[in-house]
Design a protein around this ligand. Structure first.
Ligand SMILES: [Zn+2]
Length: 79
């Protein structure tokens, strides 16, 4: 068994505290609609509560928003 010294850890950009994988609310405005995801995957600082969304999380969120855009477009057309 090999031990990797590069653990998947993150340090907070604000306080340099340890960040842990968790869930955080994500807010965005899309074409006049305010979207909130209450449980987006994120890194959360254990010290100051700063939230950071890493690349896989952002990609997953974008995918949700893309699907949502298609839905809202369809909705607008049916109005
Ligand atoms: Zn912090």
């Amino acid at each position: 068994m090999t031990i990797t010294n590069e653990e998947a850890t993150m340090n907070c950009i604000c306080c340099k505290g340890t960040m842990e994988k968790g869930l955080a609310p994500f807010h965005t405005d899309r074409k006049g609609d305010h979207i909130t995801l209450d449980r987006a995957p994120a890194w959360v600082c254990t010290q100051c509560g700063e939230v950071y969304f890493d690349e896989p999380a952002v990609e997953a969120i974008q995918e949700v928003l893309c699907t949502l855009d298609q839905g809202t477009e369809k909705m607008a057309k049916s109005a």
